[in-house]
Write a protein that binds this ligand. Sequence first.
Ligand SMILES: Cc1ncc(COP(=O)(O)O)c(C=O)c1O
Length: 379
Amino acid sequence: MSDQHVRRADLRIDVDAIRHNVGVLAGRARESGAATMVVVKSDGYGHGAAVVARAALESGAERLGVAAVEEALQLREAGITAPILCWLFVESDRFGPAIDADVDLSASSQATLARIVDAAAERGKTARVHLKIDTGLCRSGCPADLWPELVEAAAKAEAAGRIRVEAVWSHLACADEPGHPSIDRQAERFARAYEQARAVGLEPIRHLANSAATLTRPDLHFELVRPGIASYGLDPVPQAGAHDLIPAMTFRSSVSLVKRVAAGESVSYGHTWTAERDTTLALVPVGYADGVPRSLSGRMDVWLAGRRRPVVGRVCMDQLVVDTGGDVVDEGAEVILFGTGDQGEPTAAEWADELGTIHYEIVTGMYRPRVTRTAVGAP
Ligand SMILES: Cc1ncc(COP(=O)(O)O)c(C=O)c1O
């Protein structure tokens, strides 16, 4: 794990771990006869979209999913030619460049469908469209009462050669709570929406399963699964057993100063922690500007010199202080803020639990101006 690159704050992205995780997920999908779309929105959940996309495509994924048009176009600029679905638009988005770049577009309404059809017509092209039905998440997706009109309009546009309806799809609200009654209810509504699409002559594939459903609901794999978080080695359903996932992100820094302080000295802003004995403090040059939540002050450990050690006093904007007790550690020694947990170091999931949030939020928020990101693994 140790290398020369750790200076201030570095996210080490283990590309082999991503390959492994995608291999596990695509293997599960394949057992049900399904293909795999790995979700790389939000810069690959903070891991680096292009790096993750390449690793995923090498490891059994056939497609990629993103939220924003810009994210899809950036992947194309990075040389990625695999099918990419893009699903969340604003008024100012122009679909022409996405169609030119062969990006699949989602439509949740007739208005969006019409914009796609117009952009395709302008270019004399056929756009690939995934029609999204709202089966109960009540976020994006077409409400069930408007669905018959949407599929009819889509069938007309397909007959006119302006679009090809690639898929009918939806998203689950509570797949991370296996057995939640909403899952089956959404599945039933999804089945109805699919039948309605078939009834007007469309022949779409179906996709519904996020990571949690990919891992726990093979009956909902259909033709394609759409995992995100598990590709990064973070388990959305740890309560459902071990899933053979390896966290891909490790957040590291190094010791910038070591000093002895006497019993009775207090540490960092507000003097919230006071040494009960003479001790050694290690200063680590990362703080809340680098993604270490200030609210973890006094509630987090780091891995330093072979063991966990507590962060004492307040986490500041640029630095935090670790109590190494009787141990004198080297300036320059590696500090792991979170990693796989294999050695006993904290994990992103542990931070999330402590903060009352989810590991998704931790990893997607880590890549910041002063933080470097280093992808490692077999080429
Ligand atoms: C529409 C859609 N599909 C799939 C995913 C992947 O979900 P997960 O990261 O839980 O696997 C997301 C992520 O939030 C999403 O928004």
